[in-house]
Design a binder for this molecule. Structure first.
Ligand SMILES: Cc1cc2nc3c(=O)[nH]c(=O)nc-3n(C[C@H](O)[C@H](O)[C@H](O)COP(=O)(O)OP(=O)(O)OC[C@H]3O[C@@H](n4cnc5c(N)ncnc54)[C@H](O)[C@@H]3O)c2cc1C
Length: 387
């Protein structure tokens, strides 16, 4: 597993301080009314969090995937929504830096590093998010333009993004279907309507919206990398970053739930002793801590594979699957430890319990994740690669 450089360690400590001093004292104020955390986002821009994956030559911090995962975990330990605010942005950053043309990199990366341009990724459609190759959003070639028609839903940060990494079809006749897909870099404008925010259980503060494209015109040069038909390959690579990010968010939520339960179990007394000394509660804490640590190590392992330049789809998928299920279990167990108070809006554990399920379904549901993992296992076995 790759160690963080001293600068990267400083960055993680900076985020931890930001979370403890700025976020934790105010998170309930924003979360309870589902208010967009404008102040936090502005601070995050100044601290360089939107430029974590932007190369230094374009003004970014250019940190390793391992550092990116640790920063994400720390943000999620304070409020998962803040980690979500850099989620899609970081995937699109990674796609542009890896596959973008020189023009695309010059146009977007410096502004993305500063957070002047925030990006979101738009994959899911109202008719389905798992079967992406069955999508219907279509960008038709028309002279030097593309004309986009269709709709996307559940798009995070849509109202506050100046750039949309849109996965769509550019050839509806291609076989297999993925050969006709492209990522198009769309700047919101005429022909695109963005809905109000969809009310949701958790992941509050940050909006998720529907996007409706009604013959929206963009230049043909907006296709990522300049060549249509590469979108599926590009996005599957980007989702490796996305899944590591979601896994890290899950670790952050699990860590926060564990810390809350551990503290409460020492303060609360029943039958004349702190409840952690009852074996059932002590066992819960031991299992919560063990699973959270395992989830962190899996996430950092996946990040190390990505940092090595190899494909990390198997490792990122496994980390996302394990960490998200762990976050859900640990959040539930933290509520158990809190007894009735775990159900109260006055304690943070109820928020962890509402936020955890997003990581089970985000960036591909865990059922789909298992399909990806199984396919990868077989492919690697056929290549006689050790698993
Ligand atoms: C708060 C929030 C934010 C989101 N942000 C974004 C975003 O920014 N960008 C974006 O593009 N999307 C986003 N999503 C969408 C998310 O990625 C999708 O909801 C998810 O991929 C599942 O798609 P679906 O909801 O259409 O479920 P469906 O695809 O309809 O699946 C329904 C159920 O069937 C199961 N299933 C489907 N196919 C299979 C299969 N082959 N094998 C086994 N089980 C299967 C699924 O696991 C699930 O349990 C967000 C969602 C939420 C809730």
């Amino acid at each position: 597993m790759s160690a963080l450089t001293p600068d990267e360690q400083d960055m993680v400590e900076l985020v931890a301080r930001f979370v403890d001093e700025r976020v934790k004292p105010r998170v309930r104020e924003f979360e309870s009314v589902d208010e967009y955390p404008a102040d936090f986002i502005e601070e995050m821009k100044k601290l360089g969090f939107f430029g974590l994956l932007v190369p230094a030559e374009h003004g970014g911090a250019d940190v390793s995937a391992a550092c990116f995962a640790r920063v994400t975990e720390e943000l999620a330990r304070g409020w998962m929504s803040l980690a979500g605010a850099i989620g899609g942005h970081s995937v699109i950053t990674y796609l542009i830096r890896t596959f973008g043309t020189d023009d695309q990199q010059q146009r977007y990366l410096p502004a993305m590093a500063e957070g002047r341009v925030r990006a979101t990724m738009a994959l899911t459609e109202p008719s389905g998010g798992s079967d992406l190759q069955g999508m219907s959003t279509y960008a038709a070639a028309d002279g030097d333009d593309l004309v986009i028609t269709g709709s996307k839903t559940w798009i995070s940060n849509a109202q506050h993004s100046q750039l949309i990494g849109l996965l769509c079809k550019t050839d509806r006749t291609a076989q297999p279907a993925h050969a006709g897909m492209s990522v198009v870099l769309v700047e919101p404008g005429d022909g695109l309507a963005i809905s109000g925010k969809i009310p949701k259980l958790g992941y509050r503060g940050v909006e998720a919206c529907e996007l409706s494209f009604d013959q929206m015109r963009v230049p043909a040069s907006a296709v990522l990398g300049g060549v249509p038909g590469q979108g599926w390959r590009h996005m599957m690579r980007g989702l490796e970053v996305g899944r590591i990010q979601v896994a890290a968010r899950a670790v952050g939520v699990a860590q926060a739930a564990l810390e809350a339960a551990l503290r409460y179990a020492q303060d609360r007394e029943t039958f004349g002793k702190p409840i952690w000394q009852h074996q059932s509660v002590g066992n819960l804490l031991a299992d919560m801590a063990t699973k959270t640590r395992a989830a962190r190590l899996m996430t950092l392992d996946a990040a190390a594979v990505l940092d090595s330049g190899k494909r990390a789809d198997l490792e990122a998928g496994m980390a996302k699957l394990f960490a998200s299920e762990t976050a859900m279990q640990v959040a539930l167990d933290a509520m158990r430890v809190h007894g009735g108070y775990g159900f109260s809006r006055e304690y943070d554990v109820e928020r962890y319990f509402r936020d955890a399920p997003l990581m089970i379904l985000g960036e591909g549901t865990n059922e789909v994740q298992r399909n990806v993992i199984a396919a990868q296992l077989v492919a690697r076995d056929r290549n006689r690669e050790r698993i």
